[in-house]
Design a protein around this ligand. Structure first.
Ligand SMILES: [Zn+2]
Length: 131
């Protein structure tokens, strides 16, 4: 929505939803405007967000592409994460550059590896960077 052209959604997106029974797609508005558990208007199945929940596998292709992008990146900005949830947090290990920027309210296990640490809200920092 911000205009990025190459986005890898490692954990999926709540903007896409689908019926677990028949596969029918639904947008976020449908889910938000549902009462209780969102149900499919065609078959009555449960409508689930297209996100990877705990104990579910990450999409392997997206994971491999993420590793390649990070490995080849000149600058890596990691924001709004405590870098405590695996395996996503370990992706930072694939960065080979010398411009690692961490933006988070609290310290992370990777602070020692960072070239620049900004201890603040990612939303606030990015908004100030734009204006
Ligand atoms: Zn359905």
């Amino acid at each position: 929505m911000a205009g990025s052209k190459n986005v890898l959604e490692l954990h999926g997106s709540i903007h896409r939803n689908y019926c677990m029974k028949c596969g029918q797609s639904y947008d976020l508005d449908y889910v938000v405007n549902s009462t209780g558990i969102p149900k499919c208007s065609k078959c009555g199945g449960i409508v689930k967000p297209d996100v990877v929940l705990y104990d579910e596998m990450l999409n392997e292709d997206t994971l491999v592409r993420s590793i390649r992008y990070i490995h080849n990146a000149d600058v890596l900005i990691v924001g709004g994460t405590s870098l405590a949830v695996y395996p996503a947090a370990t992706l930072i290990e694939y960065y080979r550059g010398n411009k690692l920027i961490l933006i988070n309210k609290s310290p992370t296990p990777y602070d020692k590896k960072a070239d620049l640490i900004i201890q603040d809200s990612i939303g606030k920092v990015m908004q100030e960077a734009v204006y």
